[in-house]
Ligand binder design. Structure first.
Ligand code: GDP
Length: 365
């Protein structure tokens, strides 16, 4: 399963946010593909469409889809030089598929800031630079070998060398690999190196409880937004402390609490949705009277692979999928009505599933 890593300097609110994630507590039993590990938290993906389908179908049970966050504690300056536990943190980052970087935007005299004062851009640059330096090392090592082979007219090496040089030049200008202009083909060549800065990243601006309702006027948040815009990255504003408190509330209590605070959607919910997207994930639904359920697939996956998310037998014996777009189903009010309106399609093996498709798989056992 794909997982997103939570990183950030010490004392920025990572553990608080991660606590909120684990306390919100998805039932692991529902998600056999998920990892059981104290550093991994399973989150259910909030999806209004699932609520609507539940209203329409009135099933015995509704199951949202889920994915994992991994807590990667304690990156420090010098990690790329293997100082302290530095190397270990970097190797943990190497294993995740996307990065959520928590940035401290709250001022609290009682909570030490590692650099002495709150300065989100400095903090971001410390972390990003460590990751870039680690990637620089990987690229340099590889270049040494590849350049030698290119001199001996090795074809693959001659293709790879200029791409590595392009990355190196980017790193020298403090650019992340994801911000270096690579074509799809070039990307494929270096994909296997698992560079840290090629992973998609978003910033989580952690603000104080007094400022969450008016985060747009928080100058630190503004700085993070300006920085992220140049980095093509998204920013999600949360108050980790509030999320931690809210994680223990029931849904209706949560709504009241949010209203009191004057916020529309919890920052954690926004973070979950944005991260899901960042991981390249999308959702299709099955909607039977026994169970209405959301399933995760990778964007671009075809119908048989998507069926395989439910069970490998579904993929192996795949015949076709009765498919209706969520909007068409809701507009017509029921599966039968959607069928009558000609909105239910029979899709075969080559069909690329779309986010929001409601599917019924036909398969041989
Ligand atoms: P980590 O080192 O990044 O994991 O940071 P922690 O989650 O342990 O947080 C460090 C300190 O900051 C703790 O005392 C938290 O209670 C506090 N903290 C975290 N988030 C917030 C927040 O949104 N507002 C305030 N006031 N304090 C927070």
């Amino acid at each position: 399963a794909l997982t997103a890593g939570i990183v950030g300097l010490p004392n920025v609110g990572k553990s608080t946010l991660f606590n909120a994630i684990t306390k919100a507590g998805a039932e692991a039993a529902n998600y056999p593909f998920c990892t059981i590990d104290p550093n991994v938290g399973i989150v259910e993906v909030p999806d209004e469409r699932l609520d609507k389908l539940t209203e329409l179908v009135v099933p015995k049970k509704t199951v949202p889809t889920a994915f994992e966050f991994t807590d990667i504690a304690g990156i420090v300056e010098g990690a790329s030089k293997g100082e302290g536990l530095g190397n270990k943190f970097l190797s943990h980052i190497r294993e995740v598929d996307a990065i959520c970087q928590v940035v401290r935007c709250f001022v609290d005299e009682n909570i030490t800031h590692v650099a002495g004062k709150v300065n989100p851009i400095d903090d971001i640059e410390i972390i990003n630079l460590e990751l870039i330096l680690a990637d620089m090392e990987s690229v340099d090592k590889r270049l040494a070998r590849v350049s030698k082979m290119a001199k001996q007219k090795d074809k693959a090496a001659m293709i790879e060398e200029p791409i590595l040089l392009k990355l190196k030049e980017g790193f020298e200008n403090e650019l992340a690999a994801r911000s270096v202009d690579l074509t799809d083909d070039e990307y494929q060549v270096v994909k296997g190196m698992h560079l840290l800065t090629i992973k998609p990243m978003l910033y989580v601006a952690n603000v104080s409880e007094d400022e969450i309702a008016d985060a747009d006027n928080n100058p630190y948040v503004q700085q993070v937004r300006d920085f992220a815009a140049k980095d093509n990255a998204e920013v999600i504003v949360v108050c980790a402390k509030i999320e931690e408190e809210m994680a223990e509330l029931e849904d209706d209590e949560k709504e009241m609490f949010l209203e009191e605070l004057g916020i529309k959607e919890s920052g954690l919910d926004q973070l979950i949705k944005a991260t899901y997207n960042l991981l390249g994930l999308a959702t299709y639904f099955t909607a039977g009277v026994q169970e209405v359920r959301a399933w995760t697939f990778r964007k671009g996956m075809k119908a048989p692979q998507c069926a395989g998310v439910i069970h490998t037998d579904f993929e192996r014996g795949f015949i076709r999928a009765e498919t209706v777009a969520y909007d068409d189903l809701v507009e017509n009010g029921s599966m039968a009505a959607a069928k009558e309106a000609g909105k239910v399609r029979l899709e075969g093996k080559e069909y690329i599933v779309k986010d929001g498709d409601v599917m019924l798989f036909r398969f041989n056992v």
